[in-house]
Design a protein around this ligand. Structure first.
Ligand SMILES: Nc1ncnc2c1ncn2[C@@H]1O[C@H](COP(=O)(O)OP(=O)(O)O)[C@@H](O)[C@H]1O
Ligand SMILES: [Mg+2]
Length: 255
């Protein structure tokens, strides 16, 4: 059994889609108050691995996950696991901001309502406030909580999605290329936010932008064609990679 020095651990995780391997024998650890960046060329398996961490691959027909993944020392694939509860503890934010066609308030209140996290209206108001505050959006929306979430700019919508994830009190936040649909200013805001969120959550971010990985993460995992080639501190990976494939990727020779 894996000790719980780390918040999450993956051991020998492989995923097949309809019998074809997408990732093979991936093992790594995710620390508390830590940002892990997953990098590598398109199709190398970054999103596939990320989805293993909150069992999103369960929803993909033909996907088969093998290996062990633990959260707080517990196997998240154990029979009887409450997957809705798991996805609250390990939330996910996607590339394209996807607010519900509802008010800003209701977007954030949605999760707490279905999980029964706020008994009274005042508790829910407080949770919505705190979540928007932590997502760096409160000052911009506090006077328009009853407007539609879709009326916000792309960058604001992405921070709304982060607020929605925060509202159910996660331990880990997964982000799959969260800034690739945003302009540079909105992207920079989300990057700053990621650094602040680290105080309260562990974060795993998929990015095809190596500068972004270097800026926001403390550890980096480099994937190549389904294999985890190298995993270590971001500083070391970018200054002193041990593997030729990693060096070729970060110096722009492949990818
Ligand atoms: N839903 C799916 N069904 C079948 N194959 C998939 C599916 N999602 C991803 N794949 C395949 O798995 C491999 C890894 O894809 P993915 O995890 O999306 O890579 P990345 O996020 O690094 O671009 C690719 O060969 C891709 O075609
Ligand atoms: Mg992807």
């Amino acid at each position: 059994m894996i000790d719980d020095e780390y918040l999450m651990s993956a051991r020998d995780v492989s995923v097949h889609y309809n019998g074809k391997a997408a990732i093979r024998n991936v093992s790594l650890d995710i620390g508390r108050n830590h940002v892990l960046a997953l990098i590598g060329a398109s199709g190398c398996g970054k999103s596939t691995f990320l989805r293993c961490l909150n069992r999103m691959n369960d929803t993909i027909p033909g996907a088969k996950v093998q290996g062990l993944i633990t959260l707080d020392g517990q196997n998240i694939y154990a029979p009887g696991t409450d997957v809705a509860q798991l996805r609250a503890r390990v939330g996910i934010v996607f590339q394209k901001p996807t607010p519900f066609p509802q008010t800003i308030y209701d977007n954030v209140a949605y999760g707490p309502r279905i999980h029964g996290l706020a008994a009274a209206r005042a508790d829910l108001d407080e949770l919505v406030h705190m979540s928007l505050q932590r997502a760096g959006l409160w000052d911009e929306v506090k006077d328009r909580l009853s407007q539609s979430g879709t009326s916000l700019s792309g960058g604001q919508q992405q921070r709304l999605c982060i607020a929605r994830t925060i509202a159910v009190n996660p331990e880990v936040i997964l982000m799959d290329e969260p800034t690739s649909a945003l302009d540079p200013i909105a992207s920079a805001k989300v990057e700053d936010l990621i650094d602040e969120l680290r105080a309260n959550y562990a974060i795993v971010i998929v990015t095809h932008n190596m500068q972004q990985a270097a800026r926001v993460s403390q550890s980096t995992a480099y994937f190549h064609m389904g294999d985890l080639i190298e995993f270590g501190s971001t500083n070391r990976i970018f200054t002193n990679p041990r593997q030729k494939l990693t060096e070729d990727y970060i110096t722009g020779r492949i990818g």
